[in-house]
Design a protein around this ligand. Structure first.
Ligand code: CP3
Length: 323
């Protein structure tokens, strides 16, 4: 078990180390990456660490003018909406992200047997930030390109896939023992549009990682209708949000695919008995799958009480030890 967004604003020790350091600067400093990645491991004793970074880090590393505004999210100086914009997305070289290699190496030493999960943003989610210029509710400009300029869209997706696969490869080469592709906003698409416009690129990314011999996790939010496609892209584990019970999700993925999830992160604001009852339900449902990684259905919400996560971690560990 681990929690998406387990490192970050819900932790007072995170807010302390980040007080005077902008987000993307923290993501480029090995000392900060190591400290922040370890914070939730120390506090909760979760079974895995997730590398502290952000999905926009590889884009910034190749020179895209992108920043993370507190309370807003990623903001792009010059949104990419034409062939010139796409042409500016060069390949990522390992040297562009030297701090990743350094931080992952140190983390693997510190974590010992505990796995470090590397990650990257999925191609639809990255494309949406680049095209919209920031967070978007309806992804209208993104869909306009996807529907109206499919050739340009696929060229953009191919560029993003090359960058993403390399970014993940660097993390695994440095010692990460699993990777997760966060295509968080893919659930904004119909299954048919996902299949035509995103699936070939997600598949390509997973193919590139196949020979690295690490488990590959594929996750998105609101993806009930897309679970068969997320699975078809080639992941070993499919992350499920809280809307689809795991027993049902198990029917929607390929045989042999493990599931990850899926406690509604808002549950942690309810009384402990409720959290435990729901967590127990998820562990039971998870037995329908070929393997189950306990997690939330999306990231930890910023106002979550860290003690509630600590209690949940203990509860899941006790329940699973009992078998
Ligand atoms: O513990 C972990 O899971 C590792 C850290 C992590 C961050 N971002 C750190 C972060 C991970 C896995 C991400 C991925 C990420 N970033 C996603 C995919 C996962 C998801 O949540 O769906 C997305 C869509 C982003 C883009 C992004 N970055 C958003 C929407 C925001 C929130 C903006 C805000 O302030 O409300 C960020 C910023 C961000 N990424 C923070 C952290 C800890 C907060 C920045 C801060 O502390 O100032």
């Amino acid at each position: 078990m681990w929690f998406m967004r387990q490192a970050g604003r819900s932790l007072p020790e995170y807010r302390r180390v980040r007080a005077d350091v902008p987000m993307l600067e923290a993501c480029a400093r090995p000392d900060m990456i190591v400290e922040i990645t370890m914070q939730p491991v120390r506090r909760y004793g979760v079974d895995a660490a997730i590398y502290f970074s952000d999905i926009v880090v590889p884009l910034r590393a190749i020179g895209v003018g992108i920043d993370i505004k507190a309370g807003v999210g990623p903001v792009v100086e010059q949104p990419i909406r034409d062939a010139d914009g796409v042409g500016q997305l060069r390949d990522l070289e390992p040297d562009d992200v030297w701090y990743v290699t350094e931080a992952v190496g140190e983390l693997v030493g510190e974590l010992g047997e505990r796995p470090l999960i590397g990650f990257a943003g999925g191609p639809f989610t990255l494309a949406s930030y680049l095209i919209e210029g920031g967070p978007s509710k309806n992804h209208e400009r993104t869909k306009a390109m996807m529907y109206g300029q499919p050739e340009l869209w696929h060229r953009l997706m191919r560029r993003l896939s090359v960058i993403t696969a390399e970014f993940l490869r660097v993390q695994v080469a440095a010692g990460a023992s699993a990777v997760q592709l966060f295509d968080s906003w893919a659930g904004a698409l119909s299954a048919a549009d996902y299949r035509e416009s995103v699936l070939p690129h997600a598949s390509w990314i997973f193919d590139q990682l196949a020979n690295l011999d690490v488990p590959r996790i594929h996750f998105g939010v609101g993806t009930g209708e897309l679970l068969p496609s997320l699975s078809e892209a080639g992941a070993d584990v499919v992350g499920v949000d809280w809307r689809v019970p795991l027993g049902e999700a198990a029917q929607r993925v390929r045989r042999g695919t493990a599931l990850q999830g899926n406690l509604d992160p808002a549950t942690l604001f309810a009384p402990e008995e409720v959290v435990n009852e729901r967590a127990r339900g998820i562990l039971t449902q998870g037995r329908a799958a070929e393997g189950h990684v306990f997690n939330l259905g999306h990231g930890v919400l910023p106002d979550t009480d860290p003690d509630a996560l600590a209690r949940l971690t203990d509860f899941v560990h006790e329940e699973t030890a009992r078998g």
